[in-house]
Design a protein around this ligand. Structure first.
Ligand code: HEC
Ligand code: HEC
Length: 345
């Protein structure tokens, strides 16, 4: 009996110390730059290999499988003819081009838009309903499984909880002024229109109705991301454009200055695009609503125009203050709860 108890105690001790180590140790650090991403060709032609390949296909040729022009009406989940990889470039493997490499290691995660912990499926549907201007994929559909399998495959070798640099888009400096739409229009003409068209409608691969997508995707008009998309926020779009456009640009050698990227993105976002209803329900915890979310309610006491076109640095300062205040409120609440519990004991 005694011996058994002692072993149990030692085991419990070991478990506790491992748990403590896991909590103390800095999570693994991974840098995506120069790391390369796993290749789907290395996978055998089995259930798993086929699903991952389908996930890659769905990402690069979204329009051909779940776009608004596919024959089978029930499969029309996306509302535009973009591909996921119109934004998530290079098959969603480009460092600092919002790659999915590492996504499997960083989800589930807290997200302000929902003020809740989101799974990777929720995140896919976030882009389905906004970037793709469509409707949510059923969580148990083959398509959703394929996306998740592809993301998890791309994330191979990256430990859960790791700190991954090269995900998302790098920050860039926001000029402390309202964006200049006229200057942006000039940049557009000189540096974007050759591919995306003078009217922003892009260049079709085939013709309308044949579900073949675009050589150069549209930036505005009816067949692109809607006003609830991350890309419709000026800070987000500026960062994306600065580090990824014109095509071939990457984070290490941006082609546009901060001012050019800011103005041309504002010009792009000043044009009409599909409208998503119900956006006022986004970011239920208002204090963490991004300052460039250009739809009501506006919570920082600034005008709608400022949330849409800047200047952003004063809004950023205001948001920092609010976040700090929220933190002290949370801390006070926690202490109060603790006190209450002690009194009950
Ligand atoms: C119009 C551009 C655009 C398109 C098209 C698009 N996305 Fe996104 N996606 C974004 C932006 C912008 C973000 C980052 C948003 C943020 O940080 O809140 C993002 C983020 C994501 C993330 C989270 C990445 C991370 O690092 O946490 C996933 C997963 C994702 N998208 C999946 C998809 C899928 C699947 C599709 C196609 C069905 C798609 N996206 C199409 C713009 C796009
Ligand atoms: C050489 C052609 C080319 C030029 C020039 C170019 N782009 Fe693009 N752009 C593309 C392609 C192609 C994609 C789709 C992603 C890919 O395949 O790499 C894209 C994607 C985009 C996207 C995301 C998808 C969408 O439809 O919204 C935005 C935003 C964008 N470009 C903005 C710009 C801006 C702003 C400029 C000018 C500063 C610009 N691009 C210049 C070729 C170009």
């Amino acid at each position: 009996m005694m011996v058994k108890k002692k072993i149990l105690l030692t085991m419990a001790g070991a478990v506790i110390s491992i748990a403590a180590q896991a909590a103390d140790a800095p999570a693994g650090k991974v840098d995506l730059v120069g790391r390369g991403a796993p290749q789907v060709d290395t996978l055998p032609d089995d259930h798993y290999g086929r699903l991952v390949r389908y996930g890659q296909e769905l990402s690069t040729r979204t329009f051909a499988y779940i776009g608004p022009e596919v024959k089978q009406k029930s499969m029309r989940y996306a509302g535009n003819n973009l591909a996921c990889t119109s934004c998530h470039q290079d098959g969603a493997t480009k460092p600092y081009g919002m790659p999915w490499v590492g996504v499997a290691a960083t989800f589930p995660q807290y997200r302000g838009r929902e003020d809740a912990v989101s799974t990777v499926e929720d995140r896919v549907n976030g882009c389905m309903e906004r970037s793709m201007n469509g409707r949510a994929l059923p969580p148990d559909s083959r398509e959703m499984r394929a996306y998740v399998a592809y993301m998890s495959f791309l994330s191979r070798g990256i430990p859960v909880g790791a700190q991954v640099s090269g995900m998302g888009i790098p920050a860039s400096k926001m000029p402390n002024r309202r964006a200049d739409l006229a200057a942006g229009g000039k940049v557009y003409e000189e540096k974007c229109a050759a591919c995306h068209g003078a009217n922003g409608a892009g260049l079709r691969k085939g013709k309308a109705g044949d579900a073949q997508g675009y050589v150069f995707p549209p930036l505005w008009g009816p067949d692109t991301f809607n006003n609830g998309a991350g890309m419709n926020r000026l800070i987000m779009a500026t960062r994306f454009v600065k580090h990824n456009m014109p095509q071939g640009t990457n984070h290490a050698s941006p082609a546009l200055s901060d001012d050019e990227a800011y103005d041309v993105s504002a010009y792009m976002l000043s044009k009409p695009r599909p409208i998503k209803t119900g956006l006022e329900k986004d970011f239920p915890a208002r204090w963490n609503k991004p300052i460039d979310a250009a739809f009501p309610p506006y919570v920082h006491g600034a005008t709608a125009d400022q949330h849409r076109y800047g200047p952003f640095p004063p809004l950023a300062e205001e948001a920092r203050k609010r976040a700090a205040m929220q933190k002290s409120v949370d801390e006070a609440r926690r202490l109060l709860d603790e006190r209450r519990q002690q009194q009950q004991e």
